[in-house]
Design a binder for this molecule. Structure first.
Ligand SMILES: [Zn+2]
Length: 532
């Protein structure tokens, strides 16, 4: 996803209640197979009526298990109330406290699929946003990241428990609905109500499960690589929206050709009320309301969200501290898309700007990219996960070369698609494909905070440059540094040195008198010059 800045402050406050939740118990106990959610919405109240059939397997014999569901709060009146829970046809006991539904199952055998039917109702405090859009029209848009799905349906709200999902949506018949997967049924129930049934064929994490109910103008753009691409915008924005999102087809083709087969059955780009700039919901990407301008202003945002369909949605991070596997990938793949379609200059400009963002963030927050201490997941939407993550991939690409790098990225994707990976899993794939030990590279850039901050001094004498490089940051990094030697006659030459110590002297042979040296002329290294 991409943040839209004005909402960041609000997010921190809202999020704090759910972020520090411990998922260990659930992840060790159950594995959700499928969510089948029947949900009914109306225009009279913001209350939903829902019936969730959750299929799951037990990982061990237990007396009880837990699902996440935010309980009705007596002060705000918002939250969910459970009416009943059945295991097959047998009513079973449960408690609902601290936003956890604790269920006592009957006759548990590990490995066998059980289904639980949970009937509930209430006004969602978050997660499913019901209200007016910027034109005053009523809309229903879910917005789950990172763990806000539990505001509107019972689930294991963690990226590592993926499941297939179905939504049977009942809504007034003047609305259209969009959701993950494909539309298997659309029926007029009576003169006023319509039923839509959406279904995914592959498992996805709750963070990218989504429904949208609104009056839409819909355009089918066509197929690319057999995948239908469509645009869903507010009718008032039809002309501009259809134009802006038509670029999605080309972006989708490019990523399919770069990474591999697209994981889902369709791609819909949807104007919505997401609090983020864009939210990469699986196969139904939501964009902020004002993303539609008719001037293709947000092509890079569209590319970022489409790249997430592979990285983040399909090959997902195992846990939130590994978020860079999602955001760093989407950021760098957008840069690569820009390189292909806008050229080298624009690509370099983006890298420079991302590098500056990393430095500015580091001045305020000294944390590693893999940040296991932050429990407010919204705070992980930062320059470490996005820009520094992208720079790690950029440096890895320079280190391994294009051919090996892309082979590694494709292998990583095909190994972990529809599944989850840690940073170590990614490192192991890249090491295996390249035949290189990447331990130091991954440790220094991802598990330590900071980056090289260099001081240098040099003299030229008799066809040699004598150069001293000092690393002034706390711990020494190991890296290749390109030096562009500028000769007196105006010509230049690039030499590469390997830096590993806090202070290293180098003697470089030259083919003439050197008048100046440009460090890192091709923007290959995440480093700063001391004093900048
Ligand atoms: Zn993103």
């Amino acid at each position: 996803m991409k943040n839209s800045l004005k909402f960041v402050l609000i997010l921190f406050i809202i999020q704090s209640t759910l972020s520090a939740q411990n998922y260990k118990q659930q992840l060790n106990t159950i594995d959700i197979q499928n969510y089948k959610l029947a949900i009914s919405v109306n225009d009279t109240t913001n209350s939903i009526d829902a019936n969730m059939i959750v299929s799951l397997k037990f990982k061990k014999t237990v007396q009880e298990f837990q699902l996440d569901l935010v309980k009705k709060d007596s002060i705000s009146g918002k939250g969910m109330v459970i009416d009943s829970i059945y295991q097959n046809n047998i009513k079973i006991a449960f408690t609902h406290t601290n936003n956890k539904v604790i269920i006592q199952p009957k006759h548990v055998f590990p490995g066998i699929k059980y289904t639980y039917t949970i009937k509930y109702h209430g006004i969602p405090a978050d997660g499913l946003i019901i209200g007016e859009n910027m034109y005053g029209d009523r809309t229903f848009f879910s917005d789950n990241w990172p763990n806000r799905a539990q505001h509107w349906f019972p689930c294991v709200d963690h990226p590592s428990d993926k499941a297939t999902v179905e939504y049977i949506i009942e809504a007034p018949n003047y609305y259209q609905t969009i959701a993950n997967g494909f539309l298997v049924e659309e029926t007029n129930l009576n003169n006023y109500t319509k039923q839509y049934h959406w279904k995914t064929s592959v498992p996805i994490p709750t963070k990218v499960m989504v429904i949208g109910i609104a009056k839409f103008a819909i355009q089918n753009i066509g197929l690319t690589h057999h995948i239908p691409v469509s645009t869903w915008v507010y009718p008032q924005n039809k002309e501009h929206g259809f134009y802006d999102f038509s670029t999605a087809k080309n972006i989708l083709s490019f990523f399919i050709e770069t990474i591999g087969e697209y994981p889902y059955q369709k791609l819909a780009n949807v104007q919505s009320k997401t609090r983020f700039g864009g939210m990469e919901n699986a196969s139904a990407i939501f964009y902020f309301e004002k993303s539609v301008t008719g001037e293709l202003e947000h092509e890079d945002l569209i590319a970022h969200e489409i790249a997430h369909q592979w990285f983040g949605n399909s090959a997902s991070e195992i846990d939130w501290p590994h978020l860079w596997l999602s955001e760093g990938f989407a950021t760098y793949l957008t840069d690569i898309y820009i390189l292909k379609f806008k050229g080298e200059k624009e690509f370099i400009n983006r890298l420079k700007s991302e590098r500056t963002t990393v430095f500015n963030f580091y001045k305020k927050v000294q944390k590693p990219v893999i940040d296991t201490k932050t429990t407010n997941y919204m705070q992980l939407l930062n320059a470490n996960s996005y820009q520094k993550g992208a720079w790690v991939l950029h440096m890895l690409r320079n280190k391994l070369g294009d051919e090996i790098f892309w082979k590694g990225i494709r292998t990583y994707y095909s190994t972990y698609k529809f599944s989850n990976a840690s940073t170590t899993n990614f490192k192991d794939v890249m090491s295996k494909v390249s035949g290189k030990n990447l331990d130091i590279f991954f440790t220094q850039w991802l598990q330590k905070s900071g980056h090289p901050i260099l001081k240098s001094d040099w003299i030229y004498f008799n066809n040699k440059v004598r150069l001293i490089i000092d690393q002034t940051q706390e711990t020494a990094f190991q890296f290749s540094l390109d030096l562009e030697l500028i000769y007196k006659d105006g010509s230049s030459e690039i030499k590469t040195i390997e830096v590993s110590d806090k202070s290293s002297p180098f003697v470089i042979d030259t083919s003439g008198e050197v008048t100046s040296i440009n460090f890192d002329p091709n923007i290959n290294l995440l480093y700063e010059l001391d004093g900048n």
